[in-house]
Every structure is written in structure tokens, then in C-alpha cells.
Design a protein around this ligand. Structure first.
Ligand code: PLP
Length: 400
């Protein structure tokens, strides 16, 4: 028998695309090639003494899937490698990732400064549930560091933002805001859902914690909910504690789906971005389109920043049509292929009217201040042929 058997890949020095396909996998004694899915809620021990030692933490080992699961761990190790994080904690959804982070790292009396342009459910979570913990949130402009400084108080312990923003594609200067957070004694938390680690690695700019809705680009095919929190061991151990005692754990099945998603993340993101860029350029020349908001366009106010901070501009863009809500709705209703849904990060292109869907709970005045007019439409580009997407939109646009 040959010595030096190697069943698992050795990945020292491997680059992003290789890590995306291979990292985190520990093959079982069956030597399976693909990642095994461990659908089990608990684990057995070889003896009473081993059980006692593992429960006491004197020996490594699995106890219960709310605590650890090999498939979930595989996903966590792989995503951590891609984000350049010391540790990743997988959660049941993006919202669970955000709430677990706050529960783990803040206490009553603390204060959060958040960008105004955040995911709708994050906003509701802050106002309805984070407030119950005695934690207040103040909202500022994503792009104006002076506002962040002015909103920072003695008890400010967290800065929270998404970049690029939904749906306007505004981009925050992650380096500048991370330095400001540090100066003010706050942790910098970034929801990196729109870029994924394929396009942006916030930790490299001094960000403390990265959050994902893995439901979007990480799965990438609209199948499962999932989330993740990434950062230093010391912070992530606190998040692990919340998962153990509160329970918003990622299921092993979803972790397995997300693992497969990570394997094609990079190649999918390239295609999403290429479609979005072509669509943005095409939309600029269409009748009745009065504005296109995409950070890949040179005229976008943060185009240079996006270019420096991201490796590409993402798959989501917004555009305005003349004629307000009636015109916007008629463009949506005349499509035959695009999915009318607010989801994103799917292979299927989606179209939505933010003012009456994702942002319907935002008061009109703040909505308009954020640029979300009644004629604004958002497209999350999928992987269809771009010519078919253009044709689908051109019916409605030419009839306005
Ligand atoms: C979808 C989304 C979330 C919430 O994630 P779920 O997995 O749906 O809970 C959070 N942030 C952003 C930016 C999102 O797009």
C-alpha cells in the first residue's frame, strides 16, 4: 500500500477561485469526492467517558447541530477563506445574521449609527426589535462621513451600512468610515450582500464585521435562505454563543446548497455584472428613460470610489422613466420574461418598483430624499441572454 495518501486538498497559497471550489472540505472515511451532507441533529459518543470529555470541552467533537455540524462548518470555512476572515458563523437567514450580531456585540444603552439606505427588513428590525433591547439607532447619509461623525455619541458602539446601496447604487468609502468608527470606539459592520466576496472584501478596508444574506448571490439560484457573520475570532465567539442559546442556526441542507453556490460565485458574478453594465448603457439611450443609476457608469457620483473599492460594479441597477408610477407599472406589466419580484441574486432577472414594494413603508419625504421617485424601477440582472432582457423591456418603454 502506498504511503502518503492524500484525500483532502492542500490549499496553502491558493487563490480565490480555487478556495471557492475546494476549501473547508474534510472527506469522511468513505472518500467521497463531492461534499457530504450531514443531515443529523445529534451525534453519538463511543463511551460515557468520551461523552463527558466532549461535553466538558476537554476533547473536540460534535454534540448537537445547533452547536456544530460538519456541512455547516464546511460552508463557514469556505466563506471565511473567500472574505479573508478569521472566522465565519453561518445563520438561518440574513436577518438572523444581523440580529445575532447585535445581540452578541451590543448591550442595552448602546447606540448604532446606520446608513439610511438599508434593506427594508433591517430597518424594521432596528425600529421594532433592536429598540426593545434599549439600543437606539440614528440614520445618516451613506456617502457623507461628516454626518457619521456628527451622529456619533459617547455610547455609539456600532456603525452599520450596506454598500452599494439598494436601489440607487450609492457607494460608501469603507476605509474612511472604518477609521471613523475606530476613532469613535464603534465596531464597523458592513452588509456585503450586494457585492459578495467576489467583488468586495470589506475586512481589507478595516471593517470589523461582514454580514451576508447568503440567500442572494451566495446561493445564487433562489433556492434557500441563509446568512453569515464574519470577523475576528474574539467577536465571532460571541456570535457563536448567541446561536447556541438562541438557535438561528443554518440547516445542514441549506449549508450544502450554499457550498455549491460558492463554487460558481465568481463566474456568476462576472456574468451578472456584464449583463448589468450592458443593460445600463442600453437604458441610457432608450426613449422615456430619464436617468440610470449604476456605479459602473462614469457619470455616477461614486464611480471612481466603486472602481477602487470593488472589482466590478454588481448586478443591480435602477432607472427612472418619465410619467411616474403609472409609467413604471406599465413597463413592469408589459414584460413577458423578467420576474416581477423584489428578490435579487438569482439566475433569473427580476424587476421591481421600489416605491410601492421594497420601500413602501418608508415615508414619502425620506423616500424622495433618497432618490426613490415614483418613476424609479430596479432591475437585478440574472444570467439570461442580455438581448432577451433588452427586448423584454423595450416593449414597455417604447409604448410610454
Ligand atoms: C435580502 C437581504 C437581507 C436579508 O436576508 P434574508 O436572507 O432574506 O433574511 C439583508 N440585507 C440585504 C442587503 C438583503 O438584500
Amino acid at each position: 500500500m502506498a504511503e502518503n495518501k492524500r484525500y483532502n486538498a492542500q490549499l496553502d497559497g491558493a487563490s480565490f477561485d480555487t478556495l471557492a471550489v475546494r476549501s473547508g472540505q474534510v472527506r469522511s472515511d468513505e472518500h467521497e469526492h463531492g461534499e457530504a451532507m450531514f443531515l443529523t441533529s445529534s451525534y453519538v459518543f463511543g463511551s460515557a467517558q468520551e461523552a463527558a470529555a466532549i461535553f466538558a470541552g476537554d476533547e473536540p467533537g460534535n454534540v448537537y447541530t445547533r452547536y456544530t455540524n460538519p456541512t455547516v462548518r464546511n460552508f463557514e470555512v469556505r466563506l471565511a477563506a473567500l472574505e479573508g476572515a478569521e472566522q465565519c458563523v453561518a445563520t438561518s437567514s440574513g436577518m438572523a445574521a444581523i440580529f445575532s450580531t447585535i445581540l452578541a456585540l451590543l448591550k442595552p444603552g448602546d447606540h448604532i449609527v446606520s446608513s439610511r439606505s438599508i434593506f427594508g427588513s433591517t430597518n424594521v428590525q432596528f425600529q421594532k426589535y433592536v429598540s426593545k433591547l434599549g439600543i437606539e439607532v440614528d440614520y445618516v447619509s451613506l456617502t457623507d462621513p461628516d454626518e457619521w461623525q456628527q451622529a456619533s455619541k459617547e455610547n455609539t458602539k456600532m456603525y452599520f451600512l450596506e454598500s452599494p446601496s439598494n436601489p440607487m447604487n450609492e457607494v460608501a468609502d469603507l476605509k474612511v468610515l472604518s477609521a471613523l468608527a475606530k476613532k469613535n470606539g464603534a465596531l464597523m459592520v458592513v452588509d456585503n450582500c450586494f457585492c459578495s466576496p467576489a467583488l468586495q472584501k470589506p475586512l481589507a478596508f478595516g471593517v470589523d464585521v461582514v454580514i451576508h444574506s447568503a440567500t442572494k448571490y451566495i446561493d445564487g439560484q433562489g433556492r434557500c435562505l441563509g446568512g453569515a457573520v464574519l470577523g475576528r475570532h474574539e467577536l465571532m465567539e460571541e456570535v457563536v454563543g448567541v446561536l447556541r442559546s438562541v438557535g438561528p442556526t443554518m440547516s445542514p441542507f441549506n449549508a450544502w446548497v450554499m457550498l455549491k453556490g460558492l463554487e460558481t460565485l465568481s463566474i456568476r458574478m462576472k456574468a451578472h455584472c456584464a449583463n448589468a453594465m450592458q443593460l445600463a448603457l442600453w437604458l441610457k439611450d432608450q426613449p422615456n428613460v430619464t436617468a440610470v443609476h449604476y456605479s459602473g457608469l462614469p457619470e455616477h457620483p461614486q464611480h471612481e470610489l466603486a472602481k477602487a473599492q470593488q472589482s466590478d460594479f454588481g448586478g443591480v441597477l435602477a432607472f427612472e422613466v418619465a410619467g411616474g408610477q403609472e409609467a413604471a407599472w406599465s413597463v413592469i406589466d408589459s414584460t413577458r420574461v423578467l420576474s416581477i419580484t423584489a428578490n435579487l441574486g438569482d439566475t433569473k432577472t427580476t424587476i421591481t418598483h421600489p416605491a410601492t414594494t421594497t420601500h413602501c413603508r418608508v415615508p414619502e419625504e425620506s423616500r424622495l430624499k433618497a432618490g426613490i421617485t415614483s418613476g424609479l424601477l430596479r432591475i437585478a440582472c440574472g444570467l439570461e441572454d442580455i438581448e432577451d432582457i433588452k427586448r423584454d423591456l423595450s416593449f414597455g418603454l417604447s409604448q410610454l
